[in-house]
Design a protein around this ligand. Structure first.
Ligand code: UD1
Length: 427
């Protein structure tokens, strides 16, 4: 098991950090390459575990994939299977994004129950309902889900909730369906806009992504394409908070500030000054502890659930009591218990955390919950804590952050990766 050690916290971070391409934009786009046989070139993919799993799924389906730096050349002309191996499904929930495109291409798909972060029950009922509305049939047996339908047909679909993955799966399924599809109450996340841009560059006809009404005119034939994914807004937000929590000065490069508006608003409300300059954002050092905040997570453009754990870390040091409410996921507060080991005062009641700010956090041995943003929150807390912090079981952090430790080192953090078993042996 690997761990992250922060040798000495309370050190203001200083410098510049380049944000990687967005993991959550890249995953549905990679799935989209199976929709039409062709050659695809995707640029600025982050180098991290979830992308590797997605690549492995593509290869298991029969695609030929070659990596050149941060680009992937994906040839999906000769796919041999529409079945996603169970061991890959278990490794990453986003594998379900292959359902729409595989149905669109082959009229069939077989998947098992997906894995991924442990942040409450994450059913796929809305994905299935949406694809059924396009004419697909589904059968579940022995833990496997088989979908079939000779040709998908466009429909008006009203989502019960603006689910990101459901919106993406329907877009992917509808791009080649017969006739027109309308998605109402669609998710509005920037990653959905990136998927629309990718699919349109394949020859699809989609408008409205970024609003709650997406219109898709099905096309018989699409083609391979080249696409650069958008920067990762959650990675950018995490580094801004690394600056904030250490009272440092961190400039994040390669960001689209518009994607971070709700995060920027909360950073400013907490009392920090942020400078915006083209595609960069700089957080300036603050002389005092952060102001307490009231935060509720909502679908985009509301405050992102993927920034909730990192803000909880920051607010443990606020000058007063903050209230954090998690509206998207049922069980996304596991990091609170670990933060308490570091001296934080947090009371969790259902989906709400009441955080009484303390003057100081203390380095401790903490375990990253199996959720990648929760792990990042513990690292942030460690950067601000007095003394040494060890965050163990960092597998999930590595699923979502490219070279987190290296990037923090460049900002001056005394941080390193270590092997937990080896250290225990030597102790
Ligand atoms: C995506 C992001 C994830 C982010 C989330 C919310 C990717 C790869 N992941 O996840 O990082 O935290 O959006 O912004 O892009 N739900 C159902 N039934 C379904 C589908 C979803 O009940 O069929 C529920 C989920 O359990 C959750 C809520 O809907 O409580 C939101 O989920 P959704 O927007 O679909 O998130 P994901 O696409 O899984």
């Amino acid at each position: 098991m690997q761990g992250i050690r922060i040798r000495q916290g309370e050190k203001p971070l200083k410098g510049e950090v380049k944000i990687s391409g967005s993991k959550n934009a890249a995953l549905p786009i990679m799935a989209g390459t199976v929709l039409e046989p062709g050659e695809y070139v995707l640029h600025d993919l982050p180098i991290l575990r979830d992308i590797k799993v997605m690549r492995a799924v593509l290869e298991a389906l029969g695609a030929v994939v070659e990596q050149k730096g941060k680009s992937l050349l994906i040839d999906t002309r000769d796919l041999s299977s529409a079945e996603i191996p169970d061991y890959l499904m278990r490794r990453m929930r986003a594998s379900i994004l292959f359902m729409g495109p595989l149905l669109g291409r082959f009229g069939k798909v077989k998947v098992s129950q997906p894995g991924g972060c442990s942040i409450g029950p994450r059913p796929i009922d809305w994905h299935i309902k949406g694809l059924k509305q396009l004419g697909a049939n589904f059968k579940e047996s022995h833990g496997f889900l088989t979908g079939w339908g000779s040709s998908l047909t466009g429909r008006e679909i009203h989502l019960d909730f603006p689910s990101v993955g459901t919106t993406e799966n329907i877009m992917l399924g509808a791009a080649k369906a017969r006739g027109n599809t309308v998605i109402r109450n669609a998710a509005r996340e920037p990653e959905i806009v990136d998927l629309q841009n990718f699919l349109n560059s394949m020859g699809a006809s989609i408008v409205g992504a970024g609003t709650d009404l997406i219109k898709i005119t099905g096309k018989k034939k699409l083609q391979g394409t080249e696409h650069t994914v958008i920067p990762d807004r959650i990675e950018a937000g995490t580094f801004l908070l690394a600056g904030a929590i250490t009272r440092g000065e961190v400039k994040v490069l390669n960001v689209i500030p518009e994607h971070l508006e709700s995060v920027i608003a909360k950073v400013r409300e907490a009392g920090f000054e942020l400078q915006e300059e083209g595609e960069s954002l700089t957080i300036l050092p603050s002389g005092t502890r952060p102001n307490p905040l009231d935060i509720k997570t909502y679908p985009y453009p509301g405050f992102p659930t993927d920034m909730q754990p990192q803000f909880m870390a920051l607010l443990t040091l606020a000058r007063g009591t903050s209230v954090l409410t998690e509206n998207i996921f049922e069980n996304r507060m596991k990091h609170a218990e670990e933060l308490k080991r570091m001296g934080a005062k947090i009371r969790v009641e259902g989906r709400t955390a009441i955080i009484e700010g303390v003057e100081r956090l203390y380095g401790a041995f903490v375990e990253s919950p199996p959720a990648l943003r929760a792990g990042a929150a513990l690292v942030l807390a460690g950067l601000a804590a007095e003394g040494e912090t060890q965050v163990v079981d960092i597998e999930h952090i590595e699923r979502g952050y490219e070279n987190l430790v290296g990037k923090l080192q460049k900002l001056g953090a005394e941080i390193e990766v270590f092997n937990v078993e080896e250290e225990e042996k030597n102790a």
